[in-house]
Design a binder for this molecule. Structure first.
Ligand code: GAL
Length: 748
């Protein structure tokens, strides 16, 4: 059958690349993939330090089972300009840093030791998208995704495209195009059997067809009792294929779902029903390791978007992201806008050719994912380029007739070659630009941005971001304004049935080039910080979720007399999905306050706002008077569901050390996040607690990044990475003001 196993361990890694030495063993550090060539500090670094060539090398020992079989290495991605050599022979080159490639080893394999050498180059080669101009994010360097050893029959299944043409009909069908790999062009005779299985359940249907060509077509009709895939109940099925030819057997299984997805001039429809898309843009980066994080961390980001931020869509800005991330989106019901690599700049002919190939690679990798609802086939925010984009659209439509195309632009009146006009509308905030006298405009009219008067599908793909960078520990008034800007746009989008939805800029802060961000190589544009710790704006999203999935009650305040200009905490936004809240300030009687539908008429869950419409300043005291405790209770269906007490005299009481998981897997560089927060006597974060903590880890693993942190805004985060051995990992967190905290993890 087929062997497909991790090839991540025991690589030798070294700086530089010598093209004359690809048949000789290197000396270097032994590493495991996924790997970043240079681990960077958290901020304030020189991003050119990884912009050069590096070499990875690994010995593959011949096994008798290779005899008569196809042996290859599948690289899920490497950044960038990769070249793979086997025993000194260059066997493949792949420029793109985001898409997979397969290095066929068979012709140059020998008995005994085989030397695999991989060159990658982080030097931002202007011949390769996205490079050539300025870019507001870092691309890092390294073999940063998994590599797999594949041993298959000389004729095998290369890929499959699964479609569900009439997903909404009572009796459904499935079609599958199966592409065979037959590198030696062998004559074919055999069969392909296919089985549709319900995930975790039995067979739904089976069929067998004869095989006599490199492409096979299958259909299943009259399928009954099929569940649709949707965001609340993301039911997945699997198509299992078994190829039997004179040249041996092969198997492949792909998951898929039954659903329809359509952007219309009247909004987005999932399975024929209107759904307002509400989401965020996501980069694939982490502190220190850059892009190089494995399965658990990828999955966690999807979980955070869906479960903590109540998003129903993510845009993979600005490139195809890890398969672990996309697979998780399939599993949890998070829709995906996926796009080709690029940022504003369009290069020359060769560059564009590569970009067109990226369209093919992205779609051929990902066409079976039910979560993906649209292909982004323009370079993010580039200028119009008729021939180039006519071709990216043509190719996308040729490869996949089931999904619409989008192309993200910020210029107005741009040529619409895509199916959906996808617009970064950065108008909110422009009122701060000198000379702009339009006042506060939340979103521009669709006809104004597109110049197109006929109805067209329309989506807002970015807003906020650089218009209002905000740190998690910025002054409370700035945070309130940050929150307000996110709410205003969510409300405007919710209120316009012609807008399919929006993805805000962005999920979390990210490391960037010197030309962007706050000068410290961080763009503070997230609703979460780089550790995925929420800013207040995160609750603008979280509070739009259904209270049955968790009540949200988050006052946008540090609750202090003198944190704001002039003092006090009014106006006070309370982000909540409760029906109403009761607020108590010290001894004053509790006051019931309802969501602010006046200012946010369209939001599923407008915030409660305490201002002069609802309270008097006296109730909250004035400057120089006693500051009091605040109590907030949220009610759903008349019952109290959440209470929060904000003390008038907060003191550091608890050092909370909170890992996302306690069990890690050995031999996978499995990494779990740990968040450390300093809490007051009522369990609230102390926003200006900035003392140092020191971390130690005993056992077979390591702390990614430094082992001493200063808390930033009362909190910090880090990831613990399991090593190759099983056992226990003990994390100790020491600080000056708290008892030492110890946490034990298990590595299985
Ligand atoms: C957009 C761009 C994003 C990010 C954002 C910051 O122009 O598409 O990548 O830079 O601005 O607001």
């Amino acid at each position: 059958m087929r062997r497909y196993e991790s090839f991540n361990g025991h690589w030798i890694f070294a700086e530089g690349f010598d093209p004359t030495a690809t048949d000789r063993p290197l000396t270097g550090e032994t590493i495991r993939l996924p790997h970043t060539a240079v681990e960077l500090p958290y901020n304030y670094f020189d991003e050119t330090i990884y912009q050069k060539a590096f070499t990875y090398q690994k010995v593959l020992i011949w096994e008798d089972s290779f005899e008569g079989r196809e042996v290859s290495l599948v690289f899920d991605a490497a950044m960038a300009d990769s070249e793979v050599f086997l025993n000194g022979h260059r066997i493949i080159a792949h420029k793109d840093g985001y898409t997979p490639f397969e290095a066929r080893l068979t012709p140059h394999l020998k008995r005994g030791e085989n030397l695999v050498t991989v060159k990658i180059d982080g030097s931002e080669n202007p011949e390769i998208p996205p490079f050539g101009g300025q870019i507001d994010y870092l691309c890092f360097a390294g073999i940063y995704r998994d590599v797999w050893l594949k041993v298959a029959s000389p004729v095998s299944i290369a890929n499959v495209k699964i479609e569900t043409p009439d997903a909404l009909a009572a009796k459904k069908s499935v079609t599958a195009r199966i592409f065979l790999a037959n590198p030696d062009g062998r004559p074919l005779a055999g069969t392909l059997s296919a089985k549709i299985r319900r995930k975790g359940g039995g067979d739904v249907a089976t069929t067998t067809v004869n095989v006599d060509a490199n492409e096979v077509f299958l259909t299943f009709d009259d399928l009954a009792d099929i569940d649709l895939w949707d965001i609340d109940n993301p039911v997945l099925y699997a198509l299992s294929l078994k190829l039997e030819t004179d040249h041996g057997e092969d198997v492949l299984t792909h998951r898929f779902g039954f659903r329809t997805a359509e952007f219309t001039p009247d909004g987005f429809l999932l399975n024929g029903k209107p759904l307002k898309l509400r989401g965020l843009n996501r980069h694939q980066s982490w502190p220190h390791t850059g892009y190089a994080m494995g399965r658990r961390a990828q999955e966690k980001d999807a979980d955070i978007l869906k479960r903590e931020l109540a998003c129903n869509i993510v845009r993979t800005s600005h490139y195809p992201q890890s398969k672990w991330f996309i697979e998780r989106c399939d599993e949890i019901g998070l829709l995906v806008f996926e796009e080709i690599p690029g940022w504003q700049h369009i290069g020359g002919e060769a560059w564009q050719k590569e970009s067109i190939e990226n369209v093919r690679r992205m779609i051929e990798r990902d066409w079976n994912h039910p979560s993906i609802i649209i292909w982004g086939v323009r370079i993010n925010e580039s200028q119009d380029s008729h021939d180039f984009y006519a071709e990216t659209n043509r190719l996308a439509r040729e490869l996949d007739t089931t999904r619409q195309t989008g192309g993200v632009r910020f210029i107005t009146n741009s040529e619409l070659l895509e199916d959906v006009y996808t617009m970064n509308d950065f108008i909110l905030g422009q009122e701060e630009v000198p000379g702009n006298n339009r006042g506060r405009v939340v979103l521009r009219d669709r006809v104004e941005t597109t110049g197109i008067t006929r109805p067209i599908p329309y989506m807002i793909t970015e807003y906020n971001g650089h218009m209002y960078p905000t740190k998690r520990f910025d002054q409370e008034q700035r945070q309130a304004e940050h929150v307000t800007r996110h709410l205003l746009i969510l409300d405007a989008v919710a209120g316009d049935s012609n807008i399919s939805g929006s993805t805000g800029w962005c999920m979390f802060d990210y490391n960037t080039h010197k030309d962007f961000g706050a000068g410290d190589r961080i763009c503070y544009h997230g609703v979460l910080d780089m550790y995925r710790i929420p800013k207040f704006a995160a609750y603008a999203y979280a509070s739009q979720g259904d209270p049955k999935d968790g009540a949200v009650l988050q006052p946008v305040t540090y609750w202090a007399r003198g944190e704001r200009n002039v003092g006090g905490v009014l106006p006070l936004i309370i982000l909540t999905n409760c029906d109403y809240i009761e607020v108590k300030f010290g001894e004053w009687p509790a006051k019931r306050v309802y969501p602010d539908r006046e200012n946010y008429p369209h939001l599923p869950h407008p915030p409660v706002v305490l201002d002069l419409r609802t309270v008097t300043p006296e109730e909250f005291g004035t400057w120089g008077r006693v500051w009091r405790e605040g109590t907030f209770t949220g009610y759903v269906d008349g019952k109290p569901v959440k209470t929060l007490t904000l003390p008038a005299d907060p003191v550091p009481t608890t050092l909370e050390v909170l890992p996302d998981d306690m069990d890690l897997r050995a031999g996978e560089k499995d990494a779990v996040r740990v968040v450390v927060r300093v809490l007051d006597q009522c369990g609230n974060l102390l926003p200006f607690f900035e003392e140092p903590i020191s971390l130690t880890l005993e056992g077979p693993g390591r702390i990614i990044g430094p082992s001493d942190h200063t808390l930033k805004g009362g909190a910090t985060g880090f990831w613990i990475e399991a090593g190759d051995d099983r056992g226990a990992l003990t994390l100790t967190v020491e600080s000056r003001r708290f008892a030492t905290s110890t946490t034990t993890f298990t590595i299985n």
